[in-house]
Design a protein around this ligand. Sequence first.
Ligand SMILES: Nc1ncnc2c1ncn2[C@@H]1O[C@H](COP(=O)(O)OP(=O)(O)OP(=O)(O)O)[C@@H](O)[C@H]1O
Ligand SMILES: [Mg+2]
Length: 265
Amino acid sequence: MMADKTSGGNGDGSTGEKAQGTNGGLAESVDVKAALSQKITRISTGIPGLDEMLEGGIPKNRHVAVFGGPGTGKTTFSIQYLYAGAKAGETGLYLSLEEPPEQIITNAVNVFSDLKDLPEFFEGKILVKKPEAYNLDNVIEVIENAVVNQNATRVVVDSSTVVEAMFSNDYDYRKSIVEFLNLLKTLDTTVYFLVEASNAEIDIRYKLEHYIMDGIINLYNLQRGNSRVRALEIYKMRATNHSQKLVAMKITPQGIKVYPSEGVL
Ligand SMILES: Nc1ncnc2c1ncn2[C@@H]1O[C@H](COP(=O)(O)OP(=O)(O)OP(=O)(O)O)[C@@H](O)[C@H]1O
Ligand SMILES: [Mg+2]
């Protein structure tokens, strides 16, 4: 397994063991025509101001990491994404690796008490499931089943931090998560990965997810004087221009609101 990690330094573009072992030194073939004909379509985040900050929404079938410290609103933000899908007739899956699904549902309907159609969506369009603990194969199985059999087009994995904990070293985690992401790319679904940041403040320590995901949205709960203010930023989103602003965010009974014209100092 370590051979892949250390190969690639031959100076002639060949990659040691992997190249010899697979296709005689040739890289994977690239379908340039298919790449050129790919159009970026977008899906709504369910948060009006946020869609504007993304030139209309998240690029479809991509993977977005939602980073945030405890209580910054990662779960609530994701439920709103699934709710937006459900309103548009799409099925969504919330995969909770630790928190009981019942608690996710109860909390969501309490936080978004003005969204009167939310409770019934939990009975069909928004699936909340908990795979077997620390079993990545089962995580994949549950997602595949929802996408293939129930036509889920929006998926939330809460959290990739728990997936990471299934591996004893960074290399195994990176290899498995990249394989997992590539597998997800073959399915017609857009995925949010929730990632636990180490604290609720601005955290500039880069994690693996900063590099391997297509997009990063950071959620913050910033201390200002003797209070805290919620804030959001789009840190990265491949394939689209986006706002670079740190903007105010509020959790309200009608849903999350962001204020693109209100920067946070
Ligand atoms: N009705 C409400 N109105 C406004 N804010 C609320 C309401 N209910 C809960 N909140 C806020 O939402 C926070 C929880 O949000 P959420 O569960 O989405 O965060 P999280 O980032 O997923 O947290 P964790 O890391 O613990 O999973 C609470 O700590 C509280 O501050
Ligand atoms: Mg949560």
